[in-house]
Design a binder for this molecule. Structure first.
Ligand code: CP3
Length: 346
């Protein structure tokens, strides 16, 4: 049963026989099986075709030998039914054609019921669950309110998040209204993923590292916390962000059973700051997977040494697998984690 899986045990800080590992963006163009499916359909078509989304989910987990599968979807799937116009442009990433920057635009956003707005995500979860071995947990996910808001406000990827910060600071009421709408939507979306068969969920706040700690506390933390406390009890929540060295204690305050770390922090020092009451996920630099397997093994050992066998470590990259990565190198990382972390069965 997934409940006694190494991954879910580690989320609950229980002892395990080896450190569980999975990789953010473990499904992607670097995998031959994914490339052949994507040659036939676009990213959005793939997300909207549950048998295909379930198949790439299961195949990636098998190919890589990881301890958890993650459902194939995207944090911006909810943007399309919000009516803001979403497309994925090759080489540029996601584009939102009608950015949301005014009180009126926020008011016009419809109140979505995820089961009606993105039914294909839940169908894909049910099919993937049925196709996975019993012991392998399936992770559901959503973008956190800030990270989704940043795409809606900017209209696409951004380095400086100037429109987002402009709105936050010049019209805090509109900002908070937007964040409240997204928090409510994200809560319903994740709870529906859990009901469909996700054994754990990850909240991606990928871009919060751009914020000053006081702004995170004031404009983001209450909304993220509202999502996390309203999720179905008993399902572990992984709270992930990048560039969070200045925000770790605040992320912890916002919540999550597991805090996802990127590679710019030492895992031991970061865990010390977070305290014993939480598990940690991370945090190998994804660029290390471009190096030969012997170097990957060395990097894996360093992360495992930093975790020092304490219960509650889930091995992962500090961010997603880079598209240039040879898939065999991801497999080499997974095998090295399993081998180097093996200990007496609990
Ligand atoms: O982790 C997995 O393997 C599951 C699938 C998954 C996708 N997107 C599919 C996808 C997950 C977990 C995501 C999350 C996501 N999407 C995030 C948060 C994670 C992170 O990387 O910080 C963000 C910010 C997005 C938005 C998004 N979608 C961007 C910025 C891009 C383009 C840039 C890129 O990395 O290629 C996408 C497109 C996208 N979503 C791809 C995949 C596999 C790219 C490959 C393709 O076009 O097939």
């Amino acid at each position: 049963m997934p409940a006694d899986s190494v991954f879910l045990r580690a989320c609950r800080r229980l002892p395990v026989a080896y450190t569980p590992v999975w990789a953010m963006r473990q499904i992607g163009r670097y995998l031959p099986a994914y490339r052949s499916v994507r040659a036939r359909m676009s990213l959005l078509e793939l997300c909207k075709t549950p048998p295909a989304a379930a198949e790439v989910t299961v195949r990636a987990a098998e190919t890589l030998g990881v301890d958890a599968a993650i459902i194939f979807a995207d944090i911006l799937l909810v943007a399309e039914p919000l009516g803001v116009g979403l497309s994925f442009v090759r080489g540029e990433g996601p584009v939102i054609h009608r950015p949301v920057r005014t009180a009126d635009a926020v008011r016009r956003l419809p109140d979505l019921e995820p089961a009606d707005a993105v039914p294909f995500v839940f169908d894909a979860i049910r099919l993937a669950r049925a196709g996975l071995p019993d012991r392998l947990p399936l992770i559901g996910f959503a973008g956190a309110p800030f990270t989704v808001a940043s795409y809606l406000v900017e209209g696409g990827p951004s380095r400086e998040f100037l429109e987002t910060k402009r709105l936050m600071h010049s019209d805090p009421d509109t900002w908070n209204a937007l964040m409240e709408r997204l928090a409510a939507l994200t809560t319903r979306y994740l709870n529906a993923q859990i009901a469909a068969g996700a054994s754990a969920v990850q909240l991606f706040d990928s871009w919060i590292g751009c914020l000053a700690p006081d702004d995170y506390r004031r404009f983001v933390l209450p909304h993220s916390r509202r999502v996390i406390v309203a999720l179905s009890p008993g399902t572990p929540v992984i709270h992930f962000g990048t560039g969070t060295a200045g925000l770790l204690e605040l992320m912890r305050e916002a919540g999550g059973d597991v805090i996802g770390l990127d590679w710019r922090v030492g895992l031991d020092a970061a865990w010390h700051r977070l305290g014993d009451g939480v598990a940690v996920q991370g945090n190998l630099d994804p660029a290390l997977l471009l190096a030969p397997p012997a170097e990957i093994r060395r990097g894996v050992r360093a992360v495992l040494d930093a975790a020092a066998g304490r219960p509650g470590h889930i091995f992962n990259l500090g961010h997603g697998v880079l598209p240039q990565t040879p898939w065999e190198h991801v497999r080499a990382m997974v095998d090295a984690v399993h081998e180097l972390s093996a200990r007496a069965a609990p």
